[in-house]
Design a protein around this ligand. Structure first.
Ligand code: SIN
Length: 312
């Protein structure tokens, strides 16, 4: 049987498999990062880091049910120095993406300056979409995005991508794309969790998570339609040299197929990784390859971005 190629390329960064973890999912501590390094994921991304370590919000701050998850983690992470030191001492066999989410421009700039000095960090994912930091979701303020990216591209020596919140109108995605098209962005990740969701425990007649009066970002199966629409629209509006990483609602090889059909080069797994653990990467890889075999595709490039519409 001919080999099916599920490798990918994010603007020159080679991924042996197009499947990786999503930032935030089991990628904060030394143990979690080691686990990911030894897994079959095609790349590794860290928890969004801040300059100093943070313990994050009070628990319970994460909950999962059959079709979704809700979180208000509050960016718990070990701080930029930890992530730089951790990778510096390791033999690395896959691309390392550092996710950053400083609370101010100055904080982000300081983090970027530190990451410039690490030869082990392949690329940066700027988190423009944390739903829980009580300031604002930067990705919804297009003027600030322009300011922010202008600074970032003066400072950073690494390839840069942005993790975006979900957008709900065509115009919003078109406007955001024309901004991103003005910068030498390597990739966009669509989408972070859907902000301001709520889950209710009907026995207790209460919200299910403690922070922020129970409001949080929604992930998991139920957000897949929004991830797919955002990928598809960004794919049509962004310059073709900007790669898209799909994120949202993936729990099977067929879900990965759908993300790639809409235009994703690679995919990130969040809720399902937290739920199933590290073996999720082997399972999804196997399911994707089996599905492509049935479809008679030899590589992800055979169908990437080839979603059809229904003509009259
Ligand atoms: C959090 O740590 O609160 C979530 C971060 C994110 O979804 O961007």
């Amino acid at each position: 049987m001919e080999k099916i190629d599920i490798s990918s390329n994010i603007k020159g960064i080679h991924l042996s498999s197009c499947i990786m973890n999503a930032s935030g999912a089991l990628c904060s501590s030394e143990k979690e990062l080691l686990n990911l390094m030894n897994s079959s994921s095609g790349a590794l991304i860290t928890k969004s880091c801040t300059y100093y370590p943070r313990i994050g919000n009070e628990k319970p701050r994460y909950f999962e049910w059959s079709i979704g998850s809700i979180n208000s983690m509050g960016l718990p992470n070990l701080g930029i120095d930890f992530y730089i030191d951790f990778f510096e001492k390791k033999d690395i066999n896959k691309p390392i993406f550092l996710s950053i989410s400083g609370f101010s421009m100055e904080e982000n700039i300081s983090i970027l300056k530190k990451s410039n000095r690490s030869s082990k960090i392949t690329a940066i994912e700027l988190n423009l979409s944390c739903p829980n930091n009580n300031i604002e979701i930067l990705g919804y303020n297009l003027k600030k995005v322009v300011q922010f990216l202008t600074y970032v591209f003066h400072i950073s020596k690494k390839p840069i991508g942005v993790k975006l919140p979900p957008y709900f109108t065509d115009r919003h995605i078109k406007n955001m794309s024309s901004i991103l098209n003005q910068f030498p962005i390597s990739f966009v990740t669509c989408v972070n969790s859907v902000p301001n969701g709520m889950y209710i425990d009907i026995e207790k007649e209460s919200v299910i998570i403690r922070p922020n009066q129970g409001f949080g970002g929604i992930g998991g199966k139920m957000i897949k339609p929004f991830a797919l629409s955002n990928i598809s629209k960004f794919y049509s509006y962004l310059k073709k040299n900007i790669s898209i990483i799909g994120c949202g609602g993936i729990s099977s090889g067929k879900d990965i197929f759908e993300h790639i059909l809409c235009g994703a080069n690679a995919v990130q797994i969040g809720t399902k990784f937290i739920n199933e653990g590290i073996t999720v990467f082997d399972r999804l890889r196997k399911e994707l390859i089996e599905f492509l075999e049935k479809k008679n595709y030899k590589s992800i490039n055979d169908f990437k971005g080839k979603l059809k519409t229904i003509d009259k």
